[in-house]
Every structure is written in C-alpha cells, then in structure tokens.
Ligand binder design. Structure first.
Ligand code: FES
Length: 161
C-alpha cells in the first residue's frame, strides 16, 4: 500500500517534470528567434562590408567611365532584399581604378554619364559632376561616393554592402 502511494507520487512528479520540460521547450522555441530578431541587425552591421565582384577589368575602356551593374542580397533581421548596385568605374592606365556610386549626393537620384559632355548629369535638380566625380555645378554637396577596389584574376571587386 505504501509502495503504491509512492508510485502515485512519482507519477505526479513525472507529469510535473514532463509538462515543465515541454513548457520550457516551447518557451525556447519562441524565445530564441525573438532574441535573434532583436540582436541580428546589430550583428549584421559588422558584416555589412564585403567584397562584391563587379566584372572583368577588360570591359573598362581607358579614360571612359564604364557602368557595372550587380545584384546584391542584403539581410536585415529576417528581411532579405535583392538590390541592384550600379557603379561607374574609371581607369586612366589600366592599373588604378576609381569606382563611383551612381547615386547623386544631393537627394539620391541616379546620375548618368553623358559622353558628349564629358560629365555625369543628375536629372533631378541638374547636378553636374566631372569624370572623377567632383561636383561641377548644382546642389550636390559633395563628390560622388567612392568604393575601395581590388583586382583578382582580372576581376574587379569593390568593398561595399
Ligand atoms: S538629387 Fe541630384 S541634384 Fe538633386
């Protein structure tokens, strides 16, 4: 009789432990993604800069800005976005490369290289940049943003993200 009572108590304890463990697992199932969601954007900032392959250096005509377009994937928290990056690359000697963003430094419109004028033109407020990306006229407050570059196996890379 006493043994049966002990068995009954141990079954209750077992049920309590089992229910507690299941509750704990459910809590972890919701808790870990929630913590990762809060923490990952902060971690993502340290991983933001990466080498992005633009393409073959042989595409670049000396002395003329060449437009490269690549699609990059960005992740912020749980959100993954595909984004097109357009970069003008200029080289005068085939050894040194200047890679410039095509985003106007005024309000972010896309600039275009106009070969006949030897200038980049921003269609939004008529901002004008020279071949090196310096402001010639209009409202842009600073030159075009530049990327760090490297060449590996005749492929041009920029540091960005
Ligand atoms: S956005 Fe380019 S000049 Fe205003």
């Amino acid at each position: 009789m006493e043994n049966e009572e002990k068995k009954e108590i141990s079954r209750r304890d077992f049920m309590k432990i089992t229910i507690g463990a299941i509750g704990g697992l459910i809590g972890l199932g919701f808790g870990i993604p929630a913590i990762a969601y809060v923490v990952s954007p902060a971690l993502g900032k340290s991983q933001a800069q990466q080498w992005i392959q633009l393409g073959a250096t042989s595409k670049i005509e000396l002395g003329k800005p060449t437009l490269f377009k690549v699609t990059i994937t960005r992740q912020t928290g749980w959100i993954v976005n595909q984004e097109e990056l357009a970069v003008y690359v200029l080289s005068e000697d085939g050894r040194d490369y200047v890679a410039m963003s095509n985003v106007c430094t005024h309000l972010g419109c896309r600039i275009r290289w106009i070969a006949g004028q030897d200038q980049y033109v921003c269609p939004c407020h008529n901002g004008i940049f020279d071949k090196q990306g310096n402001v010639v006229s209009g409202p842009p407050p600073r030159p075009l943003d530049r990327y760090e570059t490297k060449v590996e196996n005749d492929q041009l890379f920029i540091l960005g993200g």
